[in-house]
Design a protein around this ligand. Structure first.
Ligand code: CDP
Length: 217
């Protein structure tokens, strides 16, 4: 790439694969502005549910999507798996995705002055939002490992077997919906590097990703 050019890193992958943690660490290391795009869809899902609506109702979801602002992304309630499920429902609607495209592309192209570029994590960053990204990473892990991570995150050591099974089933349903939808399905971009985190700790994943990014910038 040319000297002075701002970089864009695309990090995609299924739920609880470790892509968010990796993106946060890369953002600090390379001094990049970070957008967790899942929060946009989660905020739409949360807004619909908190107004008493149904996230499968396209009109309700569209109304919520049109009102999304930066401040909505800091809501701590967005993290739960039930909001993840609502997010995945609204995210399967082409009209909702269309409303959120501009927000994401504008962010990607306009890092604040002190940043070397941007990093976005999601499902379709490398394929649809920023096909021109400098580096694309596709982060994955087997579904049971991902369910265990999400279970510990949500319930800590006190969670029950039932709660684990419920998270596992939610993730499977969400994966299936994300992979099989017609609008921007979850898939690895042709020129994305695959990182499987099933048997690696975050430090090993981070070091491998730093090497990949450094070789492209
Ligand atoms: O954190 P986790 O990986 O569980 O999910 P997330 O990244 O917060 O995304 C929540 C849901 O939003 C996903 O299951 C997708 O359905 C949807 N999403 C999407 O369709 N496109 C994105 N760029 C980001 C999220």
């Amino acid at each position: 790439m040319l000297a002075g050019e701002k970089i864009i890193i695309a990090v995609d992958g299924p739920a609880a694969s470790g892509k968010g943690t990796l993106a946060r660490k890369l953002a600090v290391h390379f001094n990049l502005a970070l957008l967790d795009t899942g929060k946009l869809y989660r905020a739409v899902g949360w807004n619909v549910l908190s107004a008493g609506g149904n996230p499968e109702n396209e009109n309700a979801a569209l109304e919520a999507a049109q009102k999304i602002a930066k401040a909505d992304l800091t809501n701590p309630e967005l993290r739960s798996e039930s909001i993840g499920a609502a997010a995945s429902k609204v995210a399967s609607m082409p009209a909702i995705r269309q409303v959120l495209v501009d927000f994401q592309r504008h962010f990607a192209a306009n890092p604040p002055g002190d940043k070397f570029g941007t990093i976005l994590d999601g499902r379709d960053i490398g394929t649809v939002i920023c096909p021109e990204a400098t580096v694309k990473l596709f982060v994955t892990a087997d579904v049971k490992t991902r369910a265990k991570r999400r279970f510990i995150e949500e319930f800590g050591e006190k969670g029950t077997e039932e709660q684990y099974i419920s998270i596992l089933n939610d993730l499977k349903t969400r994966d299936e919906r994300d992979i099989n939808r017609s609008a921007s399905p979850l898939k690895q971009a042709e020129n994305a590097y695959l990182i499987d985190t099933s048997d690696s700790d975050i430090e090993a994943v981070f070091e491998a990703a730093v090497k990949l990014v450094s070789s492209k910038t």
